[in-house]
Design a protein around this ligand. Sequence first.
Ligand code: AMP
Ligand code: GLY
Length: 423
Amino acid sequence: MNILVVGGGGREHAIIKKLRENKTVDKIYALPGNGGIAQDAICVDIGAKDLDGIVEFASANNIDYAVVAPDDPLVLGCVDRLNSIGIPCFGPEAKAAIIEGSKAFSKDLMRKYNIPTAEYQVFTECAAALKYVEKCNIPVVVKADGLALGKGVIIAMTREEAAEAVRSMMEGHMFGSSGDSVVIEEFLEGPEISVLSFTDGETVVPMISSMDHKRALDNDQGKNTGGMGTIAPNPYYTPDVAKRCMDEIFVPTIRAMKAEGRTFKGCLYFGLMLTAQGPKVIEYNCRFGDPETQVVLPLMETDLLTVMQATTAGKLSEIDVKFSDDSACCVIMASKGYPESYDKGFEITADEDFNACMYVAGAKAQEDKLLTNGGRVLGITATGSDLKEAIANAYTAVDKVHFDNAFYRKDIGQRALAALSDK
Ligand code: AMP
Ligand code: GLY
Protein backbone atom coordinates (compact mmCIF):
# COMPACT_ATOMS: atom_id res chain seq x y z
CA MET A 1 0.00 0.00 0.00
CA ASN A 2 1.19 3.50 -0.77
CA ILE A 3 0.22 6.18 1.71
CA LEU A 4 0.35 9.93 1.49
CA VAL A 5 0.58 12.01 4.66
CA VAL A 6 -0.08 15.74 4.38
CA GLY A 7 1.93 17.82 6.86
CA GLY A 8 5.46 18.16 8.11
CA GLY A 9 5.79 18.48 11.89
CA GLY A 10 6.35 16.30 14.95
CA ARG A 11 2.76 15.08 14.88
CA GLU A 12 3.14 13.87 11.30
CA HIS A 13 6.41 12.15 12.21
CA ALA A 14 4.64 10.28 15.02
CA ILE A 15 1.81 9.27 12.67
CA ILE A 16 4.26 8.08 10.02
CA LYS A 17 6.34 6.03 12.47
CA LYS A 18 3.16 4.35 13.72
CA LEU A 19 1.86 3.67 10.19
CA ARG A 20 5.23 2.04 9.39
CA GLU A 21 4.42 -0.71 11.92
CA ASN A 22 1.84 -2.09 9.47
CA LYS A 23 3.48 -4.66 7.20
CA THR A 24 1.22 -3.92 4.23
CA VAL A 25 2.62 -0.41 3.97
CA ASP A 26 5.10 0.06 1.11
CA LYS A 27 5.79 3.70 0.42
CA ILE A 28 4.86 6.60 2.63
CA TYR A 29 5.07 10.05 1.06
CA ALA A 30 5.13 13.11 3.31
CA LEU A 31 4.03 16.44 1.77
CA PRO A 32 6.15 18.36 2.64
CA GLY A 33 7.62 16.34 5.56
CA ASN A 34 10.94 17.58 6.95
CA GLY A 35 14.60 16.57 7.24
CA GLY A 36 13.89 14.18 10.11
CA ILE A 37 10.75 12.66 8.63
CA ALA A 38 12.90 11.88 5.58
CA GLN A 39 14.35 8.94 7.54
CA ASP A 40 10.90 7.30 7.66
CA ALA A 41 9.13 8.57 4.52
CA ILE A 42 9.76 10.03 1.09
CA CYS A 43 9.44 13.79 1.51
CA VAL A 44 8.10 15.78 -1.42
CA ASP A 45 8.36 19.54 -1.48
CA ILE A 46 4.66 20.33 -1.81
CA GLY A 47 3.16 22.56 0.88
CA ALA A 48 0.31 21.33 3.07
CA LYS A 49 -1.94 24.16 1.79
CA ASP A 50 -1.15 23.55 -1.88
CA LEU A 51 -4.26 21.50 -2.61
CA ASP A 52 -3.71 21.51 -6.39
CA GLY A 53 -0.16 20.24 -5.90
CA ILE A 54 -1.30 17.56 -3.45
CA VAL A 55 -4.06 16.28 -5.74
CA GLU A 56 -1.77 16.27 -8.77
CA PHE A 57 0.91 14.35 -6.85
CA ALA A 58 -1.61 11.85 -5.46
CA SER A 59 -3.14 11.07 -8.83
CA ALA A 60 0.29 10.48 -10.39
CA ASN A 61 1.71 8.23 -7.66
CA ASN A 62 -0.67 5.32 -7.06
CA ILE A 63 -1.75 6.48 -3.64
CA ASP A 64 -4.06 4.01 -1.89
CA TYR A 65 -4.80 6.02 1.24
CA ALA A 66 -4.15 9.53 2.51
CA VAL A 67 -3.91 11.03 5.98
CA VAL A 68 -4.46 14.78 6.13
CA ALA A 69 -3.05 15.89 9.47
CA PRO A 70 -2.95 19.73 9.81
CA ASP A 71 -5.93 22.05 10.29
CA ASP A 72 -5.40 24.32 7.27
CA PRO A 73 -5.70 21.73 4.48
CA LEU A 74 -8.64 20.07 6.29
CA VAL A 75 -10.51 23.38 6.56
CA LEU A 76 -9.64 24.18 2.93
CA GLY A 77 -11.17 20.88 1.74
CA CYS A 78 -8.15 18.67 1.05
CA VAL A 79 -10.11 15.53 1.96
CA ASP A 80 -12.97 16.51 -0.37
CA ARG A 81 -10.50 17.04 -3.21
CA LEU A 82 -8.69 13.72 -2.68
CA ASN A 83 -11.98 11.84 -2.32
CA SER A 84 -13.15 13.34 -5.60
CA ILE A 85 -10.28 11.59 -7.42
CA GLY A 86 -11.10 8.32 -5.63
CA ILE A 87 -8.53 8.36 -2.84
CA PRO A 88 -9.89 7.39 0.58
CA CYS A 89 -8.66 9.67 3.36
CA PHE A 90 -8.36 9.91 7.10
CA GLY A 91 -9.73 13.30 8.11
CA PRO A 92 -12.99 15.25 7.95
CA GLU A 93 -14.43 16.95 4.89
CA ALA A 94 -14.40 20.75 4.92
CA LYS A 95 -18.02 20.98 6.02
CA ALA A 96 -17.10 19.03 9.20
CA ALA A 97 -13.65 20.60 9.69
CA ILE A 98 -15.50 23.86 10.31
CA ILE A 99 -15.83 22.65 13.92
CA GLU A 100 -12.25 23.94 14.27
CA GLY A 101 -12.28 26.41 11.37
CA SER A 102 -14.91 28.64 12.94
CA LYS A 103 -15.15 29.19 16.68
CA ALA A 104 -18.50 30.94 16.15
CA PHE A 105 -19.77 27.76 14.46
CA SER A 106 -18.54 25.49 17.26
CA LYS A 107 -19.92 27.74 20.01
CA ASP A 108 -23.33 27.93 18.31
CA LEU A 109 -23.30 24.14 17.87
CA MET A 110 -22.65 23.64 21.59
CA ARG A 111 -25.37 26.12 22.55
CA LYS A 112 -27.91 24.50 20.22
CA TYR A 113 -27.17 20.97 21.44
CA ASN A 114 -26.61 21.75 25.12
CA ILE A 115 -22.97 20.74 25.20
CA PRO A 116 -21.23 22.27 28.24
CA THR A 117 -18.91 25.16 27.35
CA ALA A 118 -18.12 28.73 28.44
CA GLU A 119 -20.90 31.34 28.02
CA TYR A 120 -20.19 33.55 25.02
CA GLN A 121 -21.29 36.09 22.46
CA VAL A 122 -20.25 36.42 18.81
CA PHE A 123 -19.57 39.87 17.33
CA THR A 124 -19.08 40.97 13.75
CA GLU A 125 -19.06 44.71 14.57
CA CYS A 126 -16.16 46.18 16.52
CA ALA A 127 -18.29 48.87 18.20
CA ALA A 128 -20.70 46.29 19.62
CA ALA A 129 -17.84 44.12 20.89
CA LEU A 130 -16.24 47.14 22.59
CA LYS A 131 -19.51 48.05 24.22
CA TYR A 132 -19.89 44.50 25.52
CA VAL A 133 -16.45 44.45 27.17
CA GLU A 134 -17.30 47.65 29.05
CA LYS A 135 -19.84 45.68 31.09
CA CYS A 136 -18.89 41.98 31.02
CA ASN A 137 -17.19 40.04 33.82
CA ILE A 138 -13.40 40.23 33.94
CA PRO A 139 -11.19 38.26 33.21
CA VAL A 140 -12.71 37.55 29.82
CA VAL A 141 -11.48 35.58 26.82
CA VAL A 142 -11.38 37.10 23.32
CA LYS A 143 -11.05 34.67 20.41
CA ALA A 144 -10.64 35.28 16.68
CA ASP A 145 -13.31 33.27 14.86
CA GLY A 146 -11.03 31.63 12.28
CA LEU A 147 -7.72 29.74 12.29
CA ALA A 148 -4.83 31.75 13.73
CA LEU A 149 -1.96 29.28 14.13
CA GLY A 150 -3.15 28.50 17.65
CA LYS A 151 -2.55 32.13 18.65
CA GLY A 152 -6.01 33.64 18.23
CA VAL A 153 -6.95 33.49 21.92
CA ILE A 154 -6.35 36.39 24.31
CA ILE A 155 -7.11 36.08 28.00
CA ALA A 156 -7.81 39.65 29.10
CA MET A 157 -7.23 40.28 32.79
CA THR A 158 -8.52 43.87 32.57
CA ARG A 159 -11.20 45.74 30.61
CA GLU A 160 -8.47 47.69 28.79
CA GLU A 161 -6.77 44.47 27.66
CA ALA A 162 -10.10 43.14 26.43
CA ALA A 163 -10.79 46.30 24.42
CA GLU A 164 -7.26 46.21 23.02
CA ALA A 165 -7.70 42.56 21.99
CA VAL A 166 -10.98 43.36 20.24
CA ARG A 167 -9.45 46.34 18.42
CA SER A 168 -6.34 44.49 17.32
CA MET A 169 -8.37 41.57 15.96
CA MET A 170 -11.26 43.49 14.37
CA GLU A 171 -9.61 46.77 13.31
CA GLY A 172 -5.89 45.93 13.28
CA HIS A 173 -6.49 42.59 11.51
CA MET A 174 -3.83 40.99 13.69
CA PHE A 175 -5.00 37.54 12.52
CA GLY A 176 -6.14 38.67 9.04
CA SER A 177 -9.71 37.79 8.13
CA SER A 178 -9.80 35.24 11.00
CA GLY A 179 -10.59 38.21 13.27
CA ASP A 180 -13.44 39.69 11.19
CA SER A 181 -15.69 38.05 13.69
CA VAL A 182 -14.76 37.43 17.34
CA VAL A 183 -16.09 35.27 20.13
CA ILE A 184 -16.00 36.83 23.58
CA GLU A 185 -16.40 34.23 26.28
CA GLU A 186 -16.53 33.58 29.96
CA PHE A 187 -13.19 32.84 31.65
CA LEU A 188 -13.18 29.28 33.01
CA GLU A 189 -10.84 27.82 35.58
CA GLY A 190 -9.59 24.31 36.22
CA PRO A 191 -7.10 21.77 34.92
CA GLU A 192 -7.08 21.16 31.17
CA ILE A 193 -7.44 17.76 29.57
CA SER A 194 -6.89 16.85 25.92
CA VAL A 195 -8.81 13.90 24.55
CA LEU A 196 -8.24 12.87 20.95
CA SER A 197 -10.85 10.50 19.56
CA PHE A 198 -11.43 8.38 16.50
CA THR A 199 -14.88 8.81 15.06
CA ASP A 200 -16.62 7.61 11.93
CA GLY A 201 -19.61 9.85 12.56
CA GLU A 202 -21.57 7.17 14.44
CA THR A 203 -19.13 5.65 16.91
CA VAL A 204 -16.67 7.67 18.95
CA VAL A 205 -13.62 6.00 20.49
CA PRO A 206 -11.61 8.22 22.83
CA MET A 207 -7.87 7.63 22.81
CA ILE A 208 -5.81 7.76 25.98
CA SER A 209 -6.12 11.22 27.60
CA SER A 210 -3.24 13.67 27.72
CA MET A 211 -2.09 17.01 29.13
CA ASP A 212 -0.41 19.74 27.09
CA HIS A 213 1.94 22.41 28.48
CA LYS A 214 1.28 25.48 26.38
CA ARG A 215 3.39 28.16 28.04
CA ALA A 216 7.02 28.62 27.03
CA LEU A 217 8.57 28.61 30.51
CA ASP A 218 8.55 26.46 33.64
CA ASN A 219 5.63 26.80 36.07
CA ASP A 220 3.37 27.85 33.19
CA GLN A 221 5.07 31.23 32.78
CA GLY A 222 5.92 33.04 29.56
CA LYS A 223 4.15 33.20 26.24
CA ASN A 224 1.68 30.75 24.79
CA THR A 225 3.30 28.35 22.34
CA GLY A 226 2.17 25.51 20.11
CA GLY A 227 2.93 23.22 23.08
CA MET A 228 6.17 22.56 25.00
CA GLY A 229 5.46 19.03 26.11
CA THR A 230 2.78 16.48 26.94
CA ILE A 231 2.10 13.55 29.22
CA ALA A 232 -0.40 10.70 29.00
CA PRO A 233 -2.59 9.60 30.62
CA ASN A 234 -3.92 12.77 32.27
CA PRO A 235 -4.53 12.05 35.99
CA TYR A 236 -7.50 14.44 36.07
CA TYR A 237 -9.30 12.22 33.57
CA THR A 238 -10.67 9.77 36.11
CA PRO A 239 -13.21 7.08 35.11
CA ASP A 240 -16.00 9.36 36.45
CA VAL A 241 -14.82 12.32 34.41
CA ALA A 242 -14.41 10.07 31.37
CA LYS A 243 -17.98 8.86 31.69
CA ARG A 244 -19.35 12.38 31.99
CA CYS A 245 -17.31 13.47 28.98
CA MET A 246 -18.62 10.55 26.93
CA ASP A 247 -22.27 11.19 27.87
CA GLU A 248 -22.32 14.99 27.99
CA ILE A 249 -19.75 15.95 25.36
CA PHE A 250 -18.35 13.29 23.01
CA VAL A 251 -21.52 11.48 21.93
CA PRO A 252 -23.65 14.66 21.80
CA THR A 253 -21.01 16.34 19.60
CA ILE A 254 -20.86 13.48 17.11
CA ARG A 255 -24.68 13.35 16.96
CA ALA A 256 -24.93 17.13 16.61
CA MET A 257 -22.55 17.16 13.67
CA LYS A 258 -24.50 14.40 11.98
CA ALA A 259 -27.80 16.18 12.61
CA GLU A 260 -26.36 19.31 11.02
CA GLY A 261 -25.47 17.35 7.87
CA ARG A 262 -21.78 17.65 8.74
CA THR A 263 -20.89 14.06 9.73
CA PHE A 264 -17.39 14.12 11.20
CA LYS A 265 -14.98 11.33 10.25
CA GLY A 266 -11.40 11.34 11.43
CA CYS A 267 -9.76 12.48 14.64
CA LEU A 268 -11.84 14.86 16.70
CA TYR A 269 -9.83 16.53 19.46
CA PHE A 270 -11.67 17.67 22.56
CA GLY A 271 -9.88 20.42 24.49
CA LEU A 272 -11.56 20.26 27.89
CA MET A 273 -11.45 22.13 31.15
CA LEU A 274 -12.44 20.40 34.35
CA THR A 275 -14.38 23.17 36.10
CA ALA A 276 -16.13 23.06 39.46
CA GLN A 277 -19.37 22.32 37.51
CA GLY A 278 -17.78 19.47 35.59
CA PRO A 279 -16.00 19.10 32.25
CA LYS A 280 -16.56 21.83 29.65
CA VAL A 281 -15.32 22.22 26.10
CA ILE A 282 -12.64 24.87 25.61
CA GLU A 283 -12.11 24.05 21.95
CA TYR A 284 -12.55 21.43 19.29
CA ASN A 285 -9.82 20.60 16.82
CA CYS A 286 -10.59 18.69 13.64
CA ARG A 287 -7.30 16.77 13.79
CA PHE A 288 -4.66 15.10 15.95
CA GLY A 289 -3.11 17.50 18.48
CA ASP A 290 0.53 18.46 18.40
CA PRO A 291 2.33 17.45 20.68
CA GLU A 292 -0.45 15.25 22.15
CA THR A 293 -0.04 12.77 19.29
CA GLN A 294 3.59 12.28 20.32
CA VAL A 295 2.47 10.70 23.63
CA VAL A 296 -0.82 9.12 22.54
CA LEU A 297 0.36 7.06 19.55
CA PRO A 298 3.36 5.47 21.31
CA LEU A 299 0.85 4.01 23.82
CA MET A 300 -1.53 2.73 21.15
CA GLU A 301 -1.46 -1.05 20.83
CA THR A 302 -3.94 -1.54 18.01
CA ASP A 303 -2.62 -1.06 14.48
CA LEU A 304 -3.12 2.60 13.51
CA LEU A 305 -3.73 2.05 9.80
CA THR A 306 -6.43 -0.55 10.56
CA VAL A 307 -8.22 1.89 12.88
CA MET A 308 -7.89 4.74 10.40
CA GLN A 309 -9.31 2.68 7.55
CA ALA A 310 -12.20 1.49 9.72
CA THR A 311 -12.91 5.13 10.55
CA THR A 312 -13.00 6.05 6.87
CA ALA A 313 -15.18 3.05 6.04
CA GLY A 314 -17.69 3.76 8.82
CA LYS A 315 -16.77 0.51 10.59
CA LEU A 316 -15.18 1.78 13.76
CA SER A 317 -17.67 -0.13 15.94
CA GLU A 318 -16.13 -3.38 14.67
CA ILE A 319 -12.69 -2.59 16.10
CA ASP A 320 -11.38 -2.84 19.62
CA VAL A 321 -8.93 0.05 20.00
CA LYS A 322 -6.45 -0.72 22.77
CA PHE A 323 -3.94 1.42 24.66
CA SER A 324 -1.15 0.25 26.94
CA ASP A 325 -1.33 0.77 30.71
CA ASP A 326 2.02 2.55 30.58
CA SER A 327 2.56 6.30 30.70
CA ALA A 328 4.36 8.55 28.24
CA CYS A 329 6.08 11.92 28.40
CA CYS A 330 7.14 14.12 25.48
CA VAL A 331 9.54 17.01 26.04
CA ILE A 332 9.76 19.54 23.22
CA MET A 333 13.29 20.72 22.50
CA ALA A 334 12.92 24.17 20.99
CA SER A 335 15.22 26.89 19.68
CA LYS A 336 16.06 29.51 22.30
CA GLY A 337 13.82 32.52 21.66
CA TYR A 338 10.78 30.50 20.52
CA PRO A 339 7.87 31.46 20.24
CA GLU A 340 9.43 34.75 19.10
CA SER A 341 12.62 35.08 17.07
CA TYR A 342 15.37 32.47 17.14
CA ASP A 343 18.42 31.41 15.14
CA LYS A 344 18.49 28.19 13.16
CA GLY A 345 20.90 26.01 11.24
CA PHE A 346 22.59 24.28 14.21
CA GLU A 347 23.57 20.65 13.90
CA ILE A 348 21.51 18.14 15.91
CA THR A 349 23.35 15.12 17.34
CA ALA A 350 22.39 12.29 19.68
CA ASP A 351 24.63 10.10 21.84
CA GLU A 352 24.93 6.48 20.82
CA ASP A 353 22.98 5.24 23.82
CA PHE A 354 19.97 7.49 23.09
CA ASN A 355 17.05 5.08 23.23
CA ALA A 356 13.82 7.06 23.19
CA CYS A 357 11.62 8.25 20.35
CA MET A 358 12.77 11.32 18.49
CA TYR A 359 10.01 13.06 16.59
CA VAL A 360 11.37 15.76 14.36
CA ALA A 361 9.31 18.94 14.02
CA GLY A 362 11.63 21.64 12.72
CA ALA A 363 14.81 20.38 11.10
CA LYS A 364 16.29 20.07 7.65
CA ALA A 365 18.75 17.59 6.24
CA GLN A 366 21.99 18.89 4.79
CA GLU A 367 24.34 16.29 3.39
CA ASP A 368 24.26 13.68 6.14
CA LYS A 369 23.56 16.16 8.92
CA LEU A 370 20.34 17.26 10.55
CA LEU A 371 20.13 21.03 11.19
CA THR A 372 17.64 22.96 13.33
CA ASN A 373 15.11 24.74 11.15
CA GLY A 374 12.22 25.88 13.32
CA GLY A 375 11.02 27.03 16.71
CA ARG A 376 9.96 23.64 17.96
CA VAL A 377 12.76 21.36 16.79
CA LEU A 378 12.26 17.92 18.37
CA GLY A 379 9.79 16.05 20.52
CA ILE A 380 11.57 13.49 22.71
CA THR A 381 9.11 10.85 23.93
CA ALA A 382 9.75 8.07 26.43
CA THR A 383 7.38 5.65 28.09
CA GLY A 384 7.49 4.07 31.55
CA SER A 385 5.37 1.85 33.74
CA ASP A 386 4.11 4.96 35.53
CA LEU A 387 4.22 8.69 34.93
CA LYS A 388 7.22 9.27 37.17
CA GLU A 389 9.27 6.74 35.25
CA ALA A 390 8.13 8.07 31.88
CA ILE A 391 9.17 11.61 32.85
CA ALA A 392 12.55 10.44 34.16
CA ASN A 393 13.16 8.42 30.99
CA ALA A 394 12.21 11.37 28.78
CA TYR A 395 14.61 13.76 30.53
CA THR A 396 17.42 11.15 30.50
CA ALA A 397 16.92 10.97 26.74
CA VAL A 398 16.81 14.77 26.36
CA ASP A 399 20.24 14.95 28.02
CA LYS A 400 21.62 12.79 25.24
CA VAL A 401 20.48 15.10 22.43
CA HIS A 402 22.50 18.16 21.55
CA PHE A 403 22.23 21.32 19.46
CA ASP A 404 23.29 24.91 20.05
CA ASN A 405 20.65 27.19 21.60
CA ALA A 406 18.52 24.21 22.66
CA PHE A 407 15.79 25.18 25.07
CA TYR A 408 13.19 23.07 26.85
CA ARG A 409 10.97 23.11 29.90
CA LYS A 410 12.28 21.19 32.89
CA ASP A 411 8.89 20.61 34.50
CA ILE A 412 6.84 18.69 31.93
CA GLY A 413 4.52 16.38 33.88
CA GLN A 414 5.12 17.92 37.31
CA ARG A 415 1.58 19.25 37.62
CA ALA A 416 0.23 15.82 36.74
CA LEU A 417 2.53 14.15 39.27
CA ALA A 418 1.34 16.55 41.97
CA ALA A 419 -2.27 15.72 41.06
CA LEU A 420 -1.49 12.02 41.42
CA SER A 421 0.07 12.48 44.84
CA ASP A 422 -3.03 14.46 45.98
CA LYS A 423 -5.21 11.46 45.28
P1 AMP B 1 -7.47 27.54 22.36
O1 AMP B 1 -6.61 28.06 21.25
O2 AMP B 1 -8.94 27.73 22.16
O3 AMP B 1 -7.04 26.16 22.79
O4 AMP B 1 -7.09 28.39 23.64
C1 AMP B 1 -5.77 28.44 24.08
C2 AMP B 1 -5.73 28.34 25.57
O5 AMP B 1 -6.42 29.46 26.14
C3 AMP B 1 -6.48 27.13 26.14
O6 AMP B 1 -5.68 25.98 26.16
C4 AMP B 1 -6.80 27.61 27.53
O7 AMP B 1 -5.66 27.47 28.36
C5 AMP B 1 -7.07 29.07 27.33
N1 AMP B 1 -8.51 29.32 27.22
C6 AMP B 1 -9.27 29.28 26.12
N2 AMP B 1 -10.56 29.55 26.40
C7 AMP B 1 -10.62 29.78 27.72
C8 AMP B 1 -11.68 30.10 28.65
N3 AMP B 1 -12.93 30.26 28.24
N4 AMP B 1 -11.35 30.25 29.94
C9 AMP B 1 -10.08 30.10 30.37
N5 AMP B 1 -9.04 29.80 29.56
C10 AMP B 1 -9.30 29.63 28.26
N1 GLY C 1 -1.68 20.95 21.36
C1 GLY C 1 -2.79 21.70 20.97
C2 GLY C 1 -3.15 21.62 19.55
O1 GLY C 1 -2.71 20.76 18.81
O2 GLY C 1 -3.93 22.44 19.11
